[in-house]
Design a protein around this ligand. Structure first.
Ligand code: PMP
Length: 298
């Protein structure tokens, strides 16, 4: 059983101070809880180093600004807090969750005077999808909700409110026996998962991935595109229609939590866990420092 997230040992940093884990509480009349005015990050520490920490912190600040508020610290300060949170909780391999939100000074749509709060928590968490599932490839069900247009929601922010359709869709997929959900976008093109970006190895030997113009251009996505290019694999960013997916030779997800995860099934289409996916999976584990370079295949 999962240890509940409000009942753990350790310390969480909130608004400039460390508090015991179980005391890190909010008032029920918190703006973010009612109106979705929260932003967050998900980061991984591998062997004592947080992968692309500053890029994540910069995205947190970008997300906050997109929602119309400024985080009252510097990027360097939040970077240091992330490292200190890991240190104080004895984390060497784990997940870091920085977040910022509007407080309880105002409880209406307008919240100009609400205080901006910031917190960072971290926990040991080795794998998002189980190793057995990853070996055979996870399964996805196309969601009935669509990723909204950029003029409908702040689609490039990692904002709490955007995850409403992710939880609904993931629950619906799980109820049907799938691991996760896959979103089409507002135009009907393939977009992303509930917490990861998607790639297809197509018959032309090139890796195709949706253009991130209405969803998160993941830090892992960009890392894996660079890794593929280093392997002389061509990456094509374009609009992909759902009908094209059946012709894919391999399909995989990328994300901070998902890392590189093979996809074995989408709706009634099945895919093999192939060599290109395994190669990029290995390259990714090497670049994040999960596998020491000396122990991994070339
Ligand atoms: N899309 C969504 C909706 C996500 O939540 C995530 C995870 N942050 C990603 C894509 C992948 O982004 P990243 O590689 O930066 O973790």
């Amino acid at each position: 059983m999962i240890q509940p997230f409000d009942d753990r040992d350790g310390e969480i940093w909130i608004d400039g101070a460390f508090v015991p884990w179980r005391d890190a509480k909010l008032h029920v009349l918190t703006h973010a809880l009612h109106y979705g005015s929260g932003v967050f990050e998900g980061e991984r520490m591998y062997n004592g180093a947080i992968f692309k920490l500053t890029e994540h912190t910069e995205r947190l600040f970008y997300s906050a600004r997109t929602l119309g508020f400024e985080i009252p610290y510097s990027i360097a300060e939040i970077d240091d807090v992330c490292k200190e949170v890991c240190e104080r909780n004895n984390i060497v391999d784990g997940y870091i969750r920085p977040f910022a939100w509007r407080g309880s000074e105002m409880m209406a749509v307008s919240a100009q005077a609400a205080k901006i709060h910031v917190a960072v928590a971290a926990w040991t968490w080795p794998s998002y999808f189980s190793p057995e599932l990853r070996e055979k490839g996870i399964s996805l069900m196309t969601a009935s909700y669509k990723r909204p247009a950029p003029d409908t929601a702040p689609v490039h922010a990692k904002a709490a409110g955007l995850y409403m359709i992710c939880t609904i869709s993931k629950h619906q997929a799980e109820a049907k026996g799938f691991t996760d959900a896959l979103f089409l976008d507002h135009r009907g093109y393939v977009s992303e998962g509930t917490g990861a970006n998607i790639f297809f190895l197509m018959e032309d030997g090139k890796i195709h991935t949706p253009k991130p113009d209405c969803f998160l251009d993941g830090i892992t996505r960009r890392t894996v595109i660079d890794l593929a290019k280093k392997r002389d694999l061509e990456v094509v960013e374009r609009y992909i229609l759902p009908d094209e997916m059946a012709a894919a030779k391999e399909v995989f997800f990328t994300g901070t939590a998902a890392e590189v995860t093979p996809i074995g099934r989408i709706d009634d289409m099945t895919f093999k866990v192939g060599d290109v996916t395994r190669l990029l999976w290995q390259d990714y584990e090497k670049v994040v420092g999960k596998v020491p370079a000396s122990q991994s295949a070339a």
